[in-house]
Design a protein around this ligand. Structure first.
Ligand code: GUN
Ligand code: ZN
Length: 445
């Protein structure tokens, strides 16, 4: 669903002219203090200073002015589980026990298609409230969980990547498929959803522990036989998990090699977590152009470890990285919160993540990690008109602190440290206003 009517947004535009990990972070930012974005038919037609572009405002253009609020590309969540929304904030476990105690029972409830529809709707509404316009999402083993998600995404007009979880062992019986049934159900879902409007399919083996070698081979077959589909799975998140993978696949040289052997690495493959990686693993990701999802709130919450973002992005063999919330192990759907936690994780590894680098991981870098950077992630002519508007004065403390900011970079840093959904004043999807937060009251369309 696109807005055909011409619309223009005026405000402080913040986007990228370059990769802030490859150049000086400040000069990678493209800032227009009093900017104008012209949108039509779901796309951005022009971006620049208000003074330069105002003559292009025709009488039928709707102009929305956001004053001193920042206009950014919509956030992109590269790793999230929508069915885990009901068990976000579940106490006391690390990954293997957390999956058994909370996640598997929650996912089993998706046998009920009505529940799947309800959670999908609530989840996507929360994403809009967070200013997140694209996500790479896990569904459950049930095909109807995928239908529920894409149906709601199609209604909103969002660009989403999602797929049915494949699990044929080491999971409760009601959550298991087989190598053959998982292949057949995934093929049918690809035929139904992949490339329909803005929806894209991801082949989704949960992780090496819950798939037999036959199922991983079947996933490889799906990738080889369907153009442009994605692959998402988990990698090297937790020490106990890694020991189990070693026991299950003694003939493989590493956890990553399990996936490599099945043909699962490539430019549309996104591996979640990747905390405990060797230099050989990073090199192999670089060679195959596989991407990693950095999920700081989840890695802290489950006590999994610290992702080394600067190692992953090492200029000698950079690996593409985007930010993921990893709900329900993650603790917030807000990418502002996630950027703030990514900063703290980097501090614990002795490095300071620049606010431009954090914003990059949440927008343009995330788009690049999903091979979608010609469509989303930056504000430029020809890009899809997915935007979020961030209010630097959303709370009294934010107002107090941001009044003292001397630069947009400082402002961004304060927003990512103190901000969350309350700062998202509006979310635009394909040129349409989808969420609006007017102080105490917020509305969804
Ligand atoms: N590894 C396998 N499944 C999951 C999951 O649902 N969440 C996280 N964080 N890690 C996993
Ligand atoms: Zn996950």
């Amino acid at each position: 669903m696109k807005s055909a009517a011409p619309t223009a947004l005026r405000g402080r535009i913040v986007t990228f002219r370059a990769d802030p990990f490859a150049t000086d972070p400040s000069s990678a930012l493209l800032i227009e203090e009093d900017g104008l974005i012209l949108m039509e038919n779901g796309q951005i037609n022009a971006v620049g200073s208000y003074d330069r572009l105002r003559h292009r405002l025709s009488p039928d253009t709707t102009l929305v002015s956001y004053g001193k609020a920042l206009i950014s590309a919509g956030f992109i969540d590269t790793h999230v589980h929508y069915p885990q929304l009901p068990v976000i904030a579940s106490w006391g476990e690390q990954l293997p026990q957390w999956l058994e105690r909370y996640v598997f029972p929650a996912e089993a409830a998706f046998a009920d298609p009505q529940l799947a529809r309800d959670v999908a709707r609530r989840f996507l509404r929360e994403l809009m409230r967070a200013g997140t316009t694209t996500a790479c999402a896990y569904c459950t083993v049930h095909p109807q969980s995928v239908d529920a998600f894409f149906t709601e995404s199609e209604r909103l007009g969002t660009r989403m990547i999602a797929g049915k979880v494949l699990m044929d062992r080491n999971a409760p019986a009601e959550l298991r498929d087989t190598a053959a049934s998982g292949h057949a159900e995934s093929s049918a879902l690809i035929a139904r959803w992949h490339g329909r409007g803005r929806q894209l399919y991801a082949v989704t083996p949960r992780f090496a522990i819950t798939s037999t070698p036959e199922q991983l081979e079947a996933a490889g077959d799906l990738l080889r036989t369907h153009d442009g589909v994605y692959l998402q799975t988990h990698l090297a998140e937790n020490m106990e998990e890694i020991a189990t993978v070693r026991r299950l696949f003694p003939e493989r040289s590493s956890y990553l090699d399990v996936y490599d052997h099945a043909g699962l690495l490539g430019p549309r493959s996104v591996f979640g977590h990747a905390i405990h990686m060797t230099e050989t693993d990073f090199c192999r990701c670089h060679e195959t152009d596989s991407a990693l999802a950095h999920c700081p709130t989840s890695n802290l919450f489950l006590g999994s470890g610290l992702f080394r973002v600067f190692d992953a992005l090492d200029r000698r063999r950079p690996v593409r990285v985007g930010l993921g919330t990893d709900i329900g192990a993650g603790t917030s759907l807000s990418h502002l919160r996630t950027m703030g936690e990514a900063y703290k994780v980097a501090q614990l590894t002795g490095r300071s993540l620049h606010p431009a680098q954090a914003l990059w991981l949440a927008t343009a870098g995330a788009a690049r990690s999903l091979s979608l950077d010609t469509q989303i992630g930056t504000i430029a002519p020809g890009m899809e008109a997915d935007l979020c508007v961030l209010d630097p004065c959303a709370t009294p403390l934010l107002r107090y602190r941001t009044e003292r900011c001397a630069s947009i970079e400082e402002l961004l840093f304060v927003l990512m440290t103190l901000g969350d959904e309350r700062c998202v004043k509006a979310t635009w999807v394909a040129g349409r206003l989808i969420h609006e937060n007017a102080g105490d009251t917020s509305s969804e369309r």
